[in-house]
Structure formats: C-alpha cells, structure tokens
Design a protein around this ligand. Structure first.
Ligand code: 5GP
Length: 206
C-alpha cells in the first residue's frame, strides 16, 4: 500500500482579482480536490449556506478558535475575520487527499510558514498584463496615469514573491485550465513519484 500525503494548493492574490470565481469554476468540474471551507465573522450573503460557503462565526467564537490554536491561518479583511480550520486540512492531507485553499494574501503567507511544501499560486490581474503591453507599445496615456498605475503594479508584484506559480486571470476558463495543469504537474514531480516507489519497494521487503 503506497501511503502518500495529499498536496496543499493555495490560491491567493490581490483583492478583486477573481479568486472566488476561479475557485468555483474549478470545483464545478470533476475534481479530486477537497476544498477547505473557511470560517468567517462576516454576515451570510443571500444564496450562501452555512457549512458550504463558510462556517459563520461570531467574533467571540472566532477569537476562541484563535486562542485554541484551531486555525492554520487567519486574517482580518474589511473588518471581518477569515480563517482556515487546521484540523480539516491536516487530516485530509494525511488521508492522502489534495486540499485547496482560496484565501487572501496575508493568510497565504502564514500558510507558507507552516506548510512550506504547499504549492502557492498567485492569481494575477489582467490589468497588469495590459499595463505591460501598453508600456511596451508606448501607449498614448498621460504620464501621470501611467506613473500611478506603475506604483500600484509595483505593490502587487511585490506580493508575488512567496509564490510558486503565477496565473493571469484574463479569462476564467483559461485561468482554471492553468490551475488544473499546475495540479497535474505537481503530481508528476520526480521527487514525489520516487518517494512512492521507494516506499513500495521498502514495504515489499517486509
Ligand atoms: P468574501 O467575503 O468575498 O467571501 O471573501 C473576502 C476575501 O477573504 C477573499 O479574498 C477570500 O479569498 C478571503 N478568504 C476567504 N476565506 C479565507 C480564509 O480562510 N483565510 C483568509 N486569510 N482569507 C480568506
């Protein structure tokens, strides 16, 4: 029996880049990935279900979870707490399933500290790609506007530092296809396959 832990995939990126849309589209396809449902203190929105979209908590409940070290990471975003339940992630990985997190950047950096072996995917805004094209083609925009955009772009590019992959979210289906390829490639990594076979040979000797 080959026992291999699952892989932790983390999708993150600047606010408004479309992480949620890409994640939902990814899970709309047939997938073996397990989505880790986050905890949040924000209000439930129409169409959302407790235990499906999020586990909705009060501030007190959330702070108790922090105290008890039950969160793998957490962050405050627009005055609400968001966090990833530690137990679900650890148990699911240990059972050999891949886990997928879709979280904002502060949280992703915390996960990176705890799980450096995770695979970190940065979803990149197409506006920066457009910016690059405009700079290259020396567009007609005013100097001020370009300088402003460059300043914003610099901040977002700095966030990229901790990630393994960058996916431009130009069209959702393209971004999803790229994320699927990343997942497939990670499963084909030599180290991983080698480890599995070595273990198989070890087990066979027993
Ligand atoms: P929303 O309120 O629109 O559902 O989510 C707001 C932001 O919180 C999104 O950027 C989403 O990726 C992020 N988010 C969702 N769950 C978590 C989580 O468990 N931890 C962190 N750090 N961010 C999360």
């Amino acid at each position: 029996m080959i026992e291999e832990k699952g892989i932790l995939f983390v999708l993150s990126g600047p606010s408004g880049v479309g992480k949620g849309t890409v994640r939902k589209e990814l899970f709309a396809h047939d997938t073996d990935l397990r989505y880790s449902i986050s905890m949040t203190t924000r209000d439930i929105r129409p169409g959302e279900t407790n235990g499906v979209d999020y586990f909705y908590k009060t501030n007190e409940e959330f702070e108790a979870l922090i105290e008890q070290n039950q969160l793998l990471e957490y962050a405050k975003y627009v005055n609400n707490y968001y966090g990833t339940p530690r137990k679900y992630v650890e148990e699911t990985l240990a059972a050999g399933h891949d886990v997928f997190l879709e979280i904002e950047v502060q949280g992703a950096l915390q996960v990176k500290e705890n799980f450096p072996e995770g695979v970190f995917i940065f979803l990149f805004p197409p506006s920066l790609e457009e910016l690059k094209n405009r700079i290259v083609s020396r567009g007609t925009e005013s100097q001020d506007l370009v300088l402003n955009r460059l300043k914003e772009a610099r901040k977002e590019i700095e966030m990229m530092d901790a990630y393994d992959y960058v996916v431009v979210n130009d069209r959702v289906e393209h971004a999803v296809a790229k994320v699927q390829s990343i997942i497939q490639s990670e499963h084909c990594k030599r180290e991983r396959i080698e480890r599995q076979y070595k273990q198989l040979l070890e087990d066979d000797r027993k």
